[in-house]
Design a protein around this ligand. Structure first.
Ligand code: NAP
Length: 279
């Protein structure tokens, strides 16, 4: 019986069911994880269904901020970031958490042998993913977070809250401000692509890729887990690069552990992710 599910709008592309069911199957718990297309105006109704019938939910675009008013309790870190991707449901009460930051942290550690404490981080994008993960990285002691976003006011909103970390240096800009990006890249250890540009074939690059040079010391992480112009350019220049698969797997692993108290079988989840065919 389905007791867990991922919801979003759109959602058909999600590989979470394959990945999560691989974890449940590893522990002999069957395949209780489903998928449901929930539009924004259906979220309230879905939450009441979940409260009565489910044990856990993953949320993706566009529900991560919108779900918060429906919850009984929220992790302080998720509340500060205004982003929840995991619901834990017990005895009709719903708790919200965010595992995106944990997912990014472990994806960076797994792919690049470079410490996060003291690192310079540049985000392209200021949506829910950037919001949640920037707060997590700030708490891990990175030295600078710079955020470039088309709607610079959204980057400023995150920056204002990040400045509560007294030792953290924070700047914002538009992604087409190439002079500023070039200056930032010279002091960046991790460049995180966190816009949705690249999800659709033919999408433009999220910034001028000519700014990437082989002599730069940065590691490039694209949160998208399919081929993108950024990933192709980084590989052409032989810069250290990784796509979003490891982030999805680690955030999913953390959700699984929050729901079950069991340790997440990462290899099984990775296989489940790779074998999962988007519906
Ligand atoms: P979101 O809240 O909808 O934010 C979208 C971001 O993309 C915003 O910064 C937005 O800029 C920017 N954007 C969208 N269309 C654009 C365009 N035409 N030109 C320039 N910028 C544009 O989404 P999200 O939840 O943050 O997700 C962002 C990305 O992270 C997605 O690609 C998603 O697949 C990925 N993600 C991956 C994982 C993982 O586990 N691998 C987890 C979460 C998210 P504006 O603010 O100007 O609109």
């Amino acid at each position: 019986m389905i007791k867990y599910m991922v919801i979003g709008d759109p959602i058909a592309h999600s590989r979470s069911p394959g990945m999560q069911n691989a974890a449940f199957e590893f522990h002999g718990l069957g395949s209780p994880y489903g998928i449901r297309h929930v539009r924004p105006d259906e979220l309230g109704g879905f939450i009441e269904f979940a409260r009565a019938n489910l044990k856990g939910v993953n949320l993706t675009v566009p529900h991560k901020a919108a779900v918060i008013p429906y919850l009984d309790t929220v992790d302080p870190a998720a509340e500060a970031a205004g982003s929840v991707n995991t619901l834990i449901i017990e005895n009709g009460r719903i708790h919200g958490a965010s595992t995106d930051g944990y997912g990014l942290e472990h994806a960076l550690l797994e792919n690049f042998s470079r410490p996060l404490a003291g690192a310079g981080v540049t985000f392209i994008g200021a949506g829910g993913a950037a919001h949640a993960t920037a707060f997590h990285l700030a708490a891990l002691g990175v030295k600078a977070i710079r955020i470039a976003n088309r709607t610079v006011a959204k980057a400023d909103e995150i920056a204002e809250k990040l400045r509560l970390h007294p030792a953290l240096f924070v700047e914002t800009a538009r992604p087409d401000d190439s002079a500023t990006l070039a200056r930032w890249f010279a002091d960046t250890d991790f460049l995180i692509q966190a816009t949705s540009l690249g999800l659709k074939a033919g999408d433009p690059a999220p910034f001028d890729l000519a700014l990437l040079k082989p002599e730069l010391k940065l590691c490039i992480f694209d949160t998208i887990y399919k081929p993108t112009p950024l990933l192709a350019k980084a590989r052409e220049l032989r810069l250290p690069v990784a796509d979003g698969a490891a982030m999805l797997i680690h955030q999913g692993a953390k959700s699984f552990e929050l729901w079950t108290g069991l340790s997440a079988p990462l290899d099984a989840m990775r296989r489940g992710f790779l074998e999962a065919q988007p519906c």
